[in-house]
Design a protein. Structure first.
Length: 158
């Protein structure tokens, strides 16, 4: 494939700016870093606790201590997964709800606008993300929505 053919299918330069909306991206990243740190802390506490118990019980027999440690690490892994996976899922849902909700609302708004229904300005809850985007979208679609509402009322009158 030649360079010219390749340049028509993708941008010639890769995006260099990774933090496009840095507040949003860092907020979401912070939630998942916090969940990961909590999981690692829990793993550490459980492992140290179990190894201490094994050392106290099998101080004389290293072979028995090794077998106990292997069994213990499997138990710690399963317990950690049983606690951290549901917790991480919950944190993910909570962290993304302020984005997923507005995206759902904006999708419905755009569908109504495309159908020519002339919906009122889209409003989001306080604390939701994408409020600035929604304001811009309202401004950009206002003329189209007003035209759609006028046409709809003219059709109803006829």
């Amino acid at each position: 494939m030649t360079n010219s053919a390749n340049s028509t299918t993708r941008p010639s330069r890769l995006r260099t700016k990774k933090l496009i909306n840095w507040r949003l991206q860092l907020r979401l990243t912070g939630w998942f870093v916090a969940a990961g740190m909590l999981a690692l802390g829990l793993q550490y506490i459980m492992t140290v606790n179990q190894l201490t118990d094994i050392a106290m019980e099998h101080a004389v027999d290293p072979g028995l201590a090794f077998e106990s440690a292997r069994s213990m690490t499997q138990q710690v892994l399963l317990l950690s997964m049983g606690i951290t996976l549901p917790l991480t899922t919950l944190v993910g849902i909570l962290a993304t709800s302020r984005i997923a909700g507005p995206l759902h609302r904006l999708t419905g708004f755009l569908k109504a606008t495309n159908r020519g229904e002339g919906p009122p300005d889209c409003k989001l809850r306080e604390g939701d993300q994408l409020i600035q985007f929604t304001e811009l979208l309202n401004d950009a679609t206002r003329a189209t929505r007003e035209d759609g509402a006028t046409e709809a009322s003219e059709q109803q009158a006829a």
